[in-house]
Design a protein around this ligand. Structure first.
Ligand code: SAH
Length: 222
């Protein structure tokens, strides 16, 4: 899979892709992530990519030209399955969307800033808009990192234990069961004895019951 991210602040996105699972996925050649500094596509000498809002009002708006130039260049090099704009009023990200995006080959993610992008970018250049929640961030970069993390960990071969993503919360419409590690007794707070029993069948049954119980309590809508 290839992910191209268009941003005015590439620095903000460097660290998330340089560690742990996201780094390993790239080293293994399972995913390529390319950052495209939007200012490189500005044609004026100050490399600006924003301008005042027509009709007035506070805050700058990201111009369509540099965004169109960058998207056109990428599209001339390969075809894209989805061009995603990170937006607080987009479709709300969930595991289903992450699963679906993880099956795609090439995607572009556009990060907004300031008041957002010129509406014509949304009307004509992007194919999908995704939000990570009903709150407003100052830029799309952190949201893009969230989307990428949730997609990349699903790609075959990324997680060491191939099956472990399948047992995460939401994957089967259920919340994951509680997990414990050593010590078995911490100040009298004990690990449920069933987990120490070695009886795999009973443990599996217990985990399933716990998942059901938690889902009912915490996410009944699932
Ligand atoms: N004025 C806009 C908010 C702009 S916030 C509005 O009220 O809707 C600046 C940028 O941050 C947006 O263009 C978007 O790319 C990003 N952003 C902010 N909140 C986000 C969220 N919840 N999910 C995804 N992207 C978000």
């Amino acid at each position: 899979m290839r992910i191209d991210i268009i941003t005015v602040l590439p620095e903000l996105l460097e660290s998330p892709f340089q560690h742990s699972i996201l780094k390993r996925a790239q080293t293994k050649g399972i995913v390529e992530v390319h950052l495209h500094p939007l200012r490189d596509y500005s044609t004026n000498k100050h490399r600006t990519v924003d301008d005042y809002s027509y009709g007035g009002g506070a805050g700058m708006v990201m111009c369509i030209e540099p965004i169109a130039r960058c998207i056109d260049k990428l599209k001339s090099e390969r075809s894209y399955d989805e061009i995603i704009y990170m937006s607080p009023d987009g479709e709300m990200l969930d595991q289903k969307i992450s699963n679906q995006l993880s099956t795609l080959k090439n995607i572009i993610i556009l990060c907004g800033h300031y008041k957002g992008v010129d509406e014509r970018v949304r009307q004509h250049l992007v194919t999908r808009e995704i939000s990570i929640g009903n709150y407003v961030l100052s830029g799309g970069e952190l949201a893009a990192a969230v989307v990428c993390d949730s997609i990349i960990r699903l790609l075959p071969g990324v997680l060491n234990d191939e099956t472990s993503a399948l047992f995460d919360s939401f994957q089967d419409g259920m919340i994951a069961p509680p997990v414990y590690t050593r010590p078995a007794d911490f100040n009298g707070w004990k690990v449920p004895s069933i987990l120490l029993s070695g009886n795999e069948k009973e443990i599996e049954k217990w985990r399933h019951e716990q998942s059901l119980e938690r889902t009912k309590q915490r996410r009944p809508e699932l």
